[in-house]
Write a protein that binds this ligand. Sequence first.
Ligand code: SPD
Length: 287
Amino acid sequence: MMNDYQTWIDEIHNNSRYGIKGKILVKKKSNFQEIIILKTKNYGNALMLDGCWMTSDKDEKYYHELLVHPALSSKKNIEKILIIGGGDGGTARECLKYKGIKKIDLIEIDSDVIDLSKKYLKQIGGKVWSDARLNIHIMDGLKWVKKTSSNYYDAILIDCSDPSEFASGLFSLEFYKECSRIIKSKGIFATQSESPESFKKTHLKILNKLKKIFKHTSTAYSFVPFYPSGIWSWTFASNNNKKFLNSNYKDIKTIEESCEIWNQNFQSGALKMMPSKIMREISSNKL
Ligand code: SPD
């Protein structure tokens, strides 16, 4: 009998291939990028944008929980959140676990990513798409932050793709400056900050730029099975004088119980995992 799950799809990065075998559900060119959704036996449905793996049903929690919880659990109360990217809904889903949230603005450049995620990655977005607190804006993230008033958001979460023609603005000094301006003085900023192994140069640039703009930064390292080299990073930043990144949210136990990967111990380990070579190169301060 014909086996449908026979197509290998690889992310090819630096002469290495990171691939999985499955059945192609979607392969299309949107206005911005090529979108592939692959149905796999071990990872559920997986999303690839312009040749790079973004997420899959079975490994997304390694990524989304590490982006959201170190940031949000550090605050007693968070009302207004900005998510840039995040068109699969996973980041918004994790945010909506916090009780005080009044509004999330999700800025995604490609409406096809949202439409296809609603249809094929249902378990990632869960119920977020019908939550009245979620406001979706289809536009470029850099344009959005430029037009936002100062001192507006309690948290800003950058859930973007790797730098590319249209995503590179989200890794610029100009973008980080705008984020620092529109975040409240005690607000917290978080971004996926690429891999210290397979995207080392980009990783170092992100960390050095954030250090220039924000008073405090900390980077967590963990793994995302689908991403090139497996090891990944998330960087948190604030302009608040107090040390952030300890859990202060009142109902933290409920958040821990709802997570598959994140807990307070996991977080404190992840924040101490900076590889020595990265520590050394950061101090040399290349932008
Ligand atoms: N190399 C992949 C980097 C992708 C980061 N964003 C993923 C989107 C998941 N919400």
